[in-house]
Design a protein around this ligand. Structure first.
Ligand code: HEM
Ligand code: HEM
Length: 194
């Protein structure tokens, strides 16, 4: 452990500036959470709707918001690399630190892979993918029903994997905050305006 870690376990609501995550990282993190709730929520709402035009509008919105998640993930990765190495936000054992890093890596991978699979799935179904009606993206693969079926399965499995991992990740963050009472969640929490 380096010298920075000595005061990291403090329960004080004040948090030293070097531990707080960069503002862009914090913004992208919580914006992604809101978008994921919307993207999955739209699928659940759509399941209860029969009308074809409304179903199409909802899946198009699902596609556009899902693509926004991928764009934000790219931006997040750039910000993350620019700010590497991040100072530790709490004193953690090596296995706990490695587990957190591995989970974060998987989350980044899923935030990119899932929208790409969704895009390819739409192309394989012969459905154009438009980004909020502003631009129509080129098809990622040719029309192919069997491929579309496979990609739909991967897309669904990937979505559940993402949600499961987010659940474990959020539980770990809450454990740090309420049980270990360290600065992990505070470091990612939006700062109050003075
Ligand atoms: C992080 C982003 C995304 C998440 C979490 C997500 C999640 C989901 C989920 C949970 C389903 C329902 C699966 C099922 O019950 O079959 C679904 C379906 C679908 N998604 Fe996504 N999705 C994302 C991004 C995208 C993108 C970017 C596109 C296209 C550009 C897309 C296209 C579709 C399509 C076409 C379906 C319907 C599949 C079918 O009819 O079986 N998704 N998505
Ligand atoms: C869609 C939901 C979420 C996704 C995709 C997500 C993804 C991520 C990723 C990729 C990181 C790593 C940042 C980095 O160091 O590069 C991270 C950090 C973090 N997330 Fe989440 N997160 C989500 C929801 C949540 C929720 C609900 C909480 C709290 C209850 C939370 C708390 C945290 C905290 C405290 C960190 C900082 C961890 C550290 O500094 O080691 N996240 N998140």
């Amino acid at each position: 452990m380096n010298g920075q870690s000595q005061d990291l376990g403090s329960t004080s609501p004040l948090i030293s500036a070097h531990v707080r995550r960069p503002r862009a990282m914090i913004f992208f993190h919580w914006a992604t959470l809101i978008l994921i709730v919307l993207v999955v929520g739209l699928i659940f709402v759509r399941e209860g709707i029969e009308e074809k035009a409304l179903r199409t509008a909802l899946i198009n919105l699902h596609r556009s918001i899902g693509l926004t998640v991928a764009l934000l993930a790219l931006a997040r990765i750039v910000v993350r690399i620019k700010n590497s190495p991040l100072p530790p936000s709490a004193d953690m054992s090596l296995p706990a630190h490695l587990a957190a890093e591995a989970a974060h890596l998987c989350l980044y991978a899923l935030l990119l892979a899932l929208p790409l699979i969704g895009w390819a799935l739409s192309s394989a179904n012969g459905k154009p993918v438009s980004f909020f009606g502003l631009v129509t993206l080129p098809p990622l693969v040719g029309q192919d029903e069997d491929l579309a079926d496979d990609l739909a399965e991967y897309h669904e499995a990937g979505a559940w994997l993402l949600l499961g991992l987010v659940g474990v990740h959020a539980a770990a963050a809450l454990f740090h905050h309420f049980v270990k009472r360290d600065n992990v969640l505070r470091a990612m929490w939006p700062a109050r305006q003075r």
